[in-house]
Every structure is written in C-alpha cells, then in structure tokens.
Design a protein around this ligand. Structure first.
Ligand code: IPT
Length: 987
C-alpha cells in the first residue's frame, strides 16, 4: 500500500477520497442528467491489465462492448452463458484468503466510459455526480480529471463536478474493482456481484441537505415539525394541508390534530421546500414517534408488533439491479400477505424502496452495508469491527446510511449491519448515529449479550423456550448483573427467525403464539423474503430453464442452495411458506364457536378499526356451497374483541345443510376482505379468515364382508386382485396398481439435511438406514372375511425393524357391488427406534403421467403438521402436475394434509380414496428416489407412473437448516400405529 501507488485505494481500508459529505436522497425541480443506459465497457483481469488512458476524453473506445448501466456485470448474458466472469455464492466464507485489507491480485476490474451532453443553461457551477451503488470499489474521472474514489457498495457516493463539467460533450470514466478492502465489510450471505449496479446521474445542486423531524405526541394529538435545512440561500417550508408557510423551516411548528403515520395508516402530508433561488423540493411528511416504554416498543404511544421479513434485493436475471416495478411488486406482495415490517438485510436498499414503504405502510429496520461474518471461522481474529484501522470506514458507512434515508417516516430503527462480531468500531458507529438522530432506535444483533450500544435485545433463530423466557424477562443471565438489568429493560426482537429454505419453515404458529403472549416480544423478521435463484438455460440450444444456486457456476468454494431460502420463489411466486405466514400473522382473528352459534372477531391491529373490512360467511356441505351472505361485525377497536351472533340467514343455511351421509362435513367459513380499495390491494382482497366445523361426518353404516378367493397366481377380494406371493394389490376394477407398501422415507427437505445449530436430522436417518428400507413379505393369508399380509420393513445390517400387518377387507357398498376395499395397516416397531420417522404411510403406484385429483379436506396448497394454518377445509381440484411445489432444490413437497376423501381420475379409470377419518395424500409423477436425486427442477421428468403416498403422518418440517427442528408435538416417533384407508372405484 504505497501512498504513491495510484491503485492504493483498492486495498486501503479508508472509505474513499474526493467525495462530498453524505446527504439525504431527494428530488427537486433542478435539472438532472440521467446517465443510465449503455456505457462502453471492458473487463480487465486485474490491476496489471488496465487501460492506461482510460480517463482520456479522446480515448477511442469504439471497439469496446456496450454494457447497460445499471447492471451487475456477472449477470450479463443470462439466462444463457454469463459474458463477464460469473456469479459466485458464499454464505459466511470469503471467496478469497482472509488477509485484510489485502485482496487477490486477480481482481476483475470493469472499465466503464460514457460520453454525455450537458445542455446549454445547465447550472454546471453547482453540480454533483451521483452514484447510487457501485460494487465494490471504484475511481472516477470526468473529462480526464480524477474526481476521487469510493467504497461502500450499497451506499450513495457524490462528487462535486462544478470544476470539471463543461457545456457540450463530457466524458466520464469509471474503474470498478470486484475486490477491495470494502469486500471485507460486505460479506453478506448472497451472490458476489460487481459493477455500477444502481443509477448514475449528474444533478444540479441548490439546497444541499435537509432533515425532516416530524414527531407525534399521542397525549395531545399534536405534531411537531422541524426541518433542518442546509442551503446556500434562505429556504421556505410550506405544508398547505397543515396551514404551514414558514420562512423558518426549523420552527418547530406545532400542529394540533395531525394524523400520525403508521404501517396501518401511512398518512403522509405533502409539503415543499422552496429556496430563494427558486428551487422546489417536494416533501412527504409522516408524523410519528417511536419509543421504548417499560420494555415495550411503541409507536405513537401504542405497542407495535412487527410481522416482518428480511429483504435482500434480488431479481433472477438482473441480480441486485432492480426496476421500480420489482420494488413495487415486493411492497404490494408484502402488504397483501399481512406483512407489516421489513429489515433491509443487510444493506440500505435502492432508496425508492423506502419511498414505497412510506407510501404503503411498512415499518423499516434500515440496515447499514456491513457484514464481516467470514472472520468468525477464524475465531474473529483480525475482525475489522475492533481494529482502529477500520474505524473511519465504519463511521463512514453509518453516516451514509443515516444521511441518505433520514427523511423516511417508515424507518424506525437504524441497524448497524449484520454478523460482524463485536468491537469498538460498532460502538462508535452507534454513538455517531445516536448523536445525529436520537428519534430512532439502534439495532445490532451482535450486541445481544450486553446491549451496551443498542436499544433492542435482538436475537436470531432462537427456539420457542428461549423466546418465551425472554418474553418473561428471564433470558439466561450473563456474568454482569448490570448488563442483565439493562438488557431486560429492552424489547426483544427476532431479527431473523423462521428460516424459509426449501419446504418450511415449520412452527410459525408456535412462534406467533409466544410472541403474542408477551408484550416485551416485538415480533420479528422471517429469514428471508425471496429465493436468490438465478435463471439459467440448460444449454445453448435448449430452451428449458432452471434456477441456479451456489456451485452452478463452478465456484471453488460455495454454499449450494443456502441462497434459496425465501418465502417467494425466484420469480416472486409465493411459496407455501408465505401463504402460511400470511395466515399466522393475520391482523384480525376470527374464531367460530359452533356450540354457542356465534363467533368472535379479535382485532390485533395497532391503530386500525375493523371497519375497513367486510365480513362474509359461506356454508359448505361436503365442500359444496349451500349458502353465503354478509355479516355485520361492529367496528372493533384495535386490541378489542367483538362477539357476533349468527344472523338468521346463516342459521337457516346451516339448518338446511344435509346432516347425514358418510363423508359429509358441514363447515362454516368466515372471511374478512377489504371493503374498499387500498393502495396495496383492491376491494375484496382477503385479509383474514376463520373456519368452524358445524356438523362432523357420520361414519359409514354396517356392511357385509366378502371372502377372499384364491385363483391361479392371484387372490381376489371383491373387485380387487392381489399377487398371490407378494400379497400386493395389482388391480382394482379397471385400474392396475402396484403396492401399497409401508413407506417411511421422504426426499429430504433442506431442513432435514442441514443443521446450523445441531446435528442434521439426516445423519441419524441415514445411520438407521431409513433411505434403504427393505420390504419383506412374510405371509399372505386369505380367509373368509378378507386377506392378511404380514411383512417387515428393515434396513440391511439392522436388527430393528417395523413389523407390519396389512388387513384387507372388501365390503358390499350400498349398491352391493363389493368394491369398497379397506386396508387397515398396523405397524409395530421392533427393536430400538431412537430416531423419528420421516413419514409413516403406504405408497403405491399407478400407470400414468398426470391425472385430475379432487379432494375434500384442507387445501388448496400443501400442508404439513407444523405448517398447516393456511389450509382450509374445502373441496379442491387440481392436476397432479400442479400439485408439485417447485422448490429450487427438489425435495419433499406437495402433501395434502388430513384429506377426508379424494378422487383420482386417470385415462384408465378412477380411484377413490377415503381416509378413516383422514389421510395425508401426495400424488407425484416421479418416485421419491427421483425426487431425492434431482438437484434442480428441470431434472424431474415424469417417469410414466403416478406415485401415490397415503400417510398416517409426517415428521414436522421445523426450521433446522438455520434454527430449531420441529417442536415436540411435530416429531414423528416410531411407536405402534394403526391407520385405515378405503379404496373404491365409485363414490
Ligand atoms: C444468518 C445471517 O444473518 C443471514 O444473513 C443468513 O445467512 C442466515 O443466517 C441464513 O440463511 S447467520 C446464521 C449462521 C445464524
């Protein structure tokens, strides 16, 4: 790091040179020259491969490539072959040797050039060049003049260009290095991508900066507005709606009776700053005050509960470069799924995202661009967080976070960063933030033990017991009683929980129950919003595509599909996890009490009355609607519960609903939908629902058993035929079948395979041989009233096994046709069974690649025992192909939970299945083995048979990939179990 070396800035820990003081992101009516678009581009392999006269205005770049700005250069060429380098994914590890602040000499460097015109009359005398995001370090020249250099990829950098800018043609040259000292501070769990990935502009500058302070006093209903302005000329403030026109923006201006801003009522007052020079700056002012009161987080005097997500910026084709449409999609999807908070993990987002949070209403934990997680494997040795050489970089990042985003009412918490250990630089950054903005709280999870410089006791991935203990202010003590007392005075937030990798997370209802039981628990943020899959084509001439993850670009070190752990699939389709979360966090709870013929509506909102919702009821008999209507629910205040008697039309519909006939359950469903359009969804959008079973199914009447008869090579029982030796069902009426056999294996979920805090579940499953169980038929015995097949399921080398008895009976159905075939399966574990079973059920297959499935039971989506809140009982119909959930890495999926009866229609016939009373049902066009073997969705190809799984139970999903496994009630222990299921070919 020779001071004379023109490239010393790359490895120098300092944040940059030549830059302007950070300030708020705002628009004004002064002219701006947008520089987004095609730039000339060349990718140099390292610092010894640079273009000498890159900055020279007359340098001939005409044979260079064109590259879009903004973009991440590694994403160019996708979904085909990446043209410049390739994306690389690591979670915690740095993809280079950890030797701070040095980075590899092989340092891909993008050289960018762009000529642009400055129109006549552009006020060049006070202009700035603004970069909203460059990853990871850069130097910049305008018309051959070096303006400076910078780091802090997800932060804005501005340079004064008043001396270098000239009317007419100007040439900008930027050299962007993939690796820099800044990379050590940017070890977030995401793809490593580089380039000018956010917008670039040249803007005239009048007003330099301003800070809107808009507080709300809930005891008086008064708002206090003070706008601190830094400007070369006097500036006026006007907020016509509030009657404010003031020559003194800093006031303070007191306004009685303002409406405070909140997630539920994001009330923004439009205002303006007008400078003496004539510049006009629009303002959107939200009055709100956040405070900790007796260990409870409050906004505007009322406790708030955060039902949040961690959001990375991601798009499967453009990486961290997002269009505004994508940001809008995220915000609307969040609001539509009852999400009310977002942590901008782990860097400040494109500033337009925060405008959207202000407008639609989301509480924001705005996080700094900081993570040094890769020092953890080395015991945090040389961690920048505690090294004075990096202090300036930490303070710079904190300042740029706060200055850019300080005018957003949605931002209630500044988060220093993520997973950066502990150290003096973090404490210093917190102190600076507090000094600059004491109206918000400070968050940093790494300070959880002493909470010496934060305002929230923040934890990630803790289990239910620890969370409940924290709720009771009984979290484990540290060595210092003073620290304990301080920490226990703070609210608790789960900055990350519910790791949404693959199939899961399980247990969200349990977390929510604990959160709602303790005022100290603020709630939290699911990890994470979106899968960061990259769209790729399978080959140059092959137009099938798939989502790539770590390792798919030949990375030397990588963390596989740990990057696909979101509630949305990469194309932003909601996963079952998001549908579940929406239900678990619904802001209104509807509880139906069939015995008392009434229901309770509990309003969990912070400030909103229930009057914005229309309530509707539907009665279904066996899934067929028999009546519906609207329900008058009194406007229920936040925190209050209303009891609603069933109206006469509802009672009449229930009374007329059929009450006999096996399989007929009568259900009452009440939904709460938007009465009128909101900014984030239209009238009719469903916010919450509740369901009650009014009339349970009656059991089938007595029937006469049929005798099994032996024939040449097969046994017959009613319409069923069994292989005489194996005892397996081979035909039922016109349908050919193979099975059923006892089955305990599932294609492991990510939560089965990984264990961030404990031994992965898969280890004991593989050790027990559960993936290679052999089904040995011991005896096939027909008799006068049916057929008994005994078998044992056991793994090679194991003396433990599952003894199984299949008892088949056929009954004359009501039509006397003898085709109601019943299977009673009795499972008795033999020997030691210390491991839970992945599933317990029977599996069979039929000829076919797709079929129509109709079922009555919870749906429409998949559900598992610890992720089933969102499934409501009804009659559903789907093609088998549409019942498969496309997790980025294929794994167990698609289970329909507690099905009462199902009809599977194939070209060869129809198979009817009845649970006794319920059965879990999965139908797939591929086997469990094929599902286990596939690494990406396109590798799954229908194999000509439909695989049918009828399970008595599944092991829960849990969240063990990063968090606790299934809680005790969701563990599937190997214990003696019996379950029944009926098959027939008419219904
Ligand atoms: C935690 C990280 O904070 C987050 O960025 C992400 O990596 C998440 O895990 C897992 O997907 S850190 C974890 C080791 C507790």
């Amino acid at each position: 790091m020779n001071g004379l070396d023109p490239h010393a800035y790359v490895e120098d820990p300092s944040p940059g040179t030549g830059r302007l003081r950070p300030r708020a992101a705002f628009t004004s009516d002064l002219p701006v020259i947008g520089l987004d678009g095609d730039w000339r581009f060349r990718l140099a392999s390292g610092l010894d491969d640079l273009t000498g006269d890159l900055a020279a205005p007359d340098f001939d770049d005409s044979d260079w490539d064109l590259l879009a700005v903004p973009s991440c250069w590694q994403m160019t060429g996708l979904p085909g072959e990446p043209r410049y380098g390739a994306p690389a994914y690591t979670n915690i590890r740095y993809p280079f040797p950890v030797d701070p602040p040095r980075v590899p000499g092989q340092n891909p460097t993008g050289e960018y050039r762009r000529a642009f015109e400055v129109p006549d009359g552009f006020p060049a005398a006070a202009a700035v060049l603004r970069f909203e995001g460059i990853d990871s370090a850069f130097a910049v020249w305008l018309n051959g003049v070096r303006l400076g250099d910078g780091k802090g990829s997800r932060l804005t950098t501005e340079f004064d260009v008043s001396a270098a800018l000239r009317p007419g043609r100007n040439v900008l040259a930027v050299r962007v290095h993939q690796w820099s000292s800044g990379s050590y501070l940017e070890d977030q769990d995401m793809w490593w991508l580089s380039g000018i990935f956010r917008s670039v502009s040249v803007a005239a500058r009048g007003v330099e900066d301003f800070f809107v302070h808009a507080a709300y006093d809930h005891t008086t209903g008064r708002g206090t507005l003070a706008v601190d302005v830094t400007a070369p000329t006097p500036v006026w403030l006007s907020v016509p709606e509030l009657g404010i026109t003031a020559a003194d923006p800093a006031g303070p201006h007191m306004v009685d009776g303002v409406e405070p801003w909140s997630d539920e009522n994001p009330c923004l007052y439009s205002g303006e700053l007008v400078s003496e020079a004539g510049e006009r700056i629009p303002l959107r002012i939200g009055f709100r005050t956040v405070a900790v009161v007796d260990g409870v987080l409050t906004a505007n005097g009322r406790p708030i509960s955060l039902r949040g997500v961690n959001r990375h910026e991601w798009h499967p084709l453009t990486g961290r470069t997002l269009t505004e449409d994508t940001m809008v999609a995220d915000v609307l999807l969040m609001k539509q799924h009852n999400i009310n908070a977002v942590r901008t993990s782990h860097y400040p987002p494109d500033h337009r995202f925060l405008d959207l949070c202000d407008e639609h209403g989301l509480w924001v934990f705005c996080e700094g661009d900081l993570e040094t997680h890769g020092f953890e494997p080395g015991g945090w040795r040389r961690n920048p967080s505690d090294d004075p050489a990096w202090r300036e970089a930490y303070l710079d990042r904190a300042a740029r976070l706060v200055e850019r985003d300080k005018n957003h009412p949605s931002v209630i918490v500044w988060s220093l960063g993520n997973e950066s250990g502990t150290g003096a630089n973090l404490a210093a950054a917190a102190a600076c933030i507090r000094h600059r903005d004491d109206s918000r709280l400070i968050h940093y999870e790494g300070d959880w033990a002493s909470c010496s410089y934060v305002d929230l006791y923040s934890r990630m991935y803790i289990g239910l017991d620890e969370l409940a203990a924290a709720g009771r202010r009984q979290e484990p003590p540290t060595a210092d009683p003073a620290d304990d007392a301080h920490r226990r005075s703070l609210p608790v937030v789960l900055c990350e929980y519910g790791h949404a990798m693959g199939n899961g997370p399980g247990g969200l209802s349990e977390y929510q129950e604990v959160i709602e039981a303790h005022p100290r628990l603020v709630g939290g943020f699911i990890w994470e919003w979106l899968d960061h899959g990259i769209l790729r084509r399978t080959g140059p001439d092959d137009h099938r595509s798939f989502y790539a993850y770590g390792g798919d670009f030949g990375e030397e070190v990588h963390d596989g599909n740990f990057v696909a752990d979101g509630l949305l699939f990469p194309d932003r389709t909601p996963s079952p996890g998001l549908v579940e979360y929406k239900k678990v966090i619904e802001p209104v709870r509807i509880r139906i009490d069939p015995a008392a013929r009434r229901m309770a509506v509990h309003n969990l909102h912070h400030v909103r009355h229930s009057g914005y919702l229309d309530f509707r009821w539907t009665v279904e008999d066996g899934g067929e609607p028999v009546g519906s209507g609207s329900l008058a629910v009194p406007a229920t205040a936040p925190g209050a519960t209303s009891t609603v008697e069933w109206p006469a039309d509802l009672t009449a519909a229930l009374d007329s609903a059929r009450k006999d006939g096996p399989g007929h359950e009568v259900w009452l469903t009440v939904t709460a939908v938007l009465a009128t359009d909101e900014t984030w969804a239209g009238a009719g959008h469903e916010v919450a629902w509740g369901q009650g079973l009014i009339v349970p199914a009656s059991s089938p009447g007595p029937s006469t058993p049929v005798a099994a008869t032996a024939h040449d090579g097969y046994l017959a029982l009613g319409a069923a035929r069994f292989d005489a030796r194996s005892g397996l069902l081979v035909r039922l009426a016109d349908l050919e079948l193979d099975g059923p056999r006892l089955d305990v294996w599932r294609a492991p979920t990510d939560n089965d395979l990984l264990g961030a805090f404990a031994e992965p579940q898969i280890k004991s499953w593989l050790a027990a041989g559960l993936d290679r169980m052999r089904h040995e038929v011991l005896r096939v015995a027909p008799d006068e009233s049916g057929l008994t097949v005994t078998a044992r399921l056991a793994a090679a080398g194991s003396s433990s096994g599952l003894d199984v008895v299949y008892r088949w009976t056929a009954c004359d159905g009501p039509g006397g046709d003898g085709i109601r075939l019943r299977l009673d399966t009795t499972v008795t574990p033999d020997g030691a069974w210390p491991v839970p079973l992945p599933r317990l059920g029977v599996a069979m297959s039929l000829t076919g690649t797709d079929a129509e499935v109709e079922w009555f039971g919870p749906g429409p989506g998949e559900a598992y025992r610890d992720s089933r809140a969102a499934a409501r009982v009804g009659r559903y119909r789907s093609a088998v192909s549409a019942m498969q959930t496309p997790y980025v890495r294929p794994q167990e999926n698609g289970n329909r939970h507690h099905v009462r009866h199902a009809r599977i229609t194939l070209p060869a016939g129809t198979l009817l299945i009845n649970g006794d009373p319920v059965i879990d049902l999965t139908v797939r066009p591929w086997s469990t083995a094929a599902l286990t073997a596939a690494a990406h969705q396109h590798e799954l190809v229908p194999g000509g048979r439909l695989h049918l799984h009828l399970d008595q139970a599944h092991h829960g999903l849990g969240s063990a990939a990063c968090g606790p496994g299934p809680s005790a009630p969701s563990v599937l222990a190997a214990v003696p179990t019996a379950f029944g299921v009926e098959f027939s070919t008419n219904w």
